[in-house]
Design a protein around this ligand. Structure first.
Ligand code: ATP
Ligand code: MG
Length: 213
């Protein structure tokens, strides 16, 4: 049996066409069913539904053989996973955003300490260190946009796609840190033990990504 870890929402939705192109149908709609383990048209492949940030943990510790996770989540998680493929889904960027009335460039130029709220503390620390900008990082788990509006922080590091959430909250994107997309990750031990089956699946995903772009 091969176990694939996916998260509900955009990663599941964007993985479906790739699975389909690989000849695999998922047998249940996670939005309608409460099941956390769902079968597929391939009797030897099942999908487990976990939180997006838990996908690397499941794959690293063998709760799943492979999974789909955003680069943002993977970089915060750290090493320990084989990352064979950029699936080019759930694309967005990690950026710095500030309140429209905060002069970020001036704060950087003057060498001020900037208070930055984010879920991505590792990436943020690395980014500002590489620029030589002094920051106080404030770890949050959600709704980063609220932090500058309430005075909790001067800036946020968050994911941006269209920018409409930032705009709705009177925030402006001032710096892109990196492009983000979702990656296929594989448990290295599973890849040895179930090499033939996993290799075939990875190849099928790779072919499906190629068709899409
Ligand atoms: P939740 O929203 O349930 O708290 P989450 O934010 O971890 O959990 P998703 O919103 O489904 O889960 O995001 C999953 C992945 O999709 C992220 O890790 C990121 O790689 C990508 N992503 C997040 N926001 C966007 C976006 N606005 N546009 C495109 N991709 C995004
Ligand atoms: Mg989200």
């Amino acid at each position: 049996m091969i176990t694939l870890a996916l998260s509900k929402g955009r990663i599941f939705d964007d993985s479906l066409p790739l699975l389909r192109a690989a000849g695999i149908e998922v047998l249940e709609d996670p939005e309608k069913s409460r099941k956390l383990i769902i079968g597929t048209s391939r009797p030897d492949l099942r999908v487990v539904l976990v939180r997006a940030t838990d996908v690397p943990t499941y794959v690293e510790h063998g709760g799943a053989d492979l999974g789909v996770a955003g680069l943002d989540v993977l970089l915060e998680h750290g090493d320990g996973l084989y990352r064979p493929l950029d699936l080019k889904i759930a694309r967005c960027r990690m950026s710095v955003a500030v309140r429209a009335d905060f002069d970020y460039a001036a704060a950087v130029r003057q060498g001020s300490r900037i208070r930055v709220a984010t879920k991505y503390t590792h990436q943020a620390r690395q980014h500002f260190a590489s620029k030589g900008v002094h920051v106080d990082l404030i770890k949050l788990y959600g709704s980063m946009e609220l932090a500058p509006l309430t005075g909790l922080a001067d800036a946020i590091v968050d994911l941006v796609s269209t920018g409409s959430t930032l705009k709705a909250n009177h925030l402006v994107e001032v710096e892109k840190i990196m492009d983000i997309s979702s990656r296929l990750v594989v448990n290295p031990a599973a890849l040895k033990i179930k090499r033939v089956a996993l290799r075939a699946l990875i190849d099928a995903f790779e072919a499906a990504v190629g068709q899409g772009s």
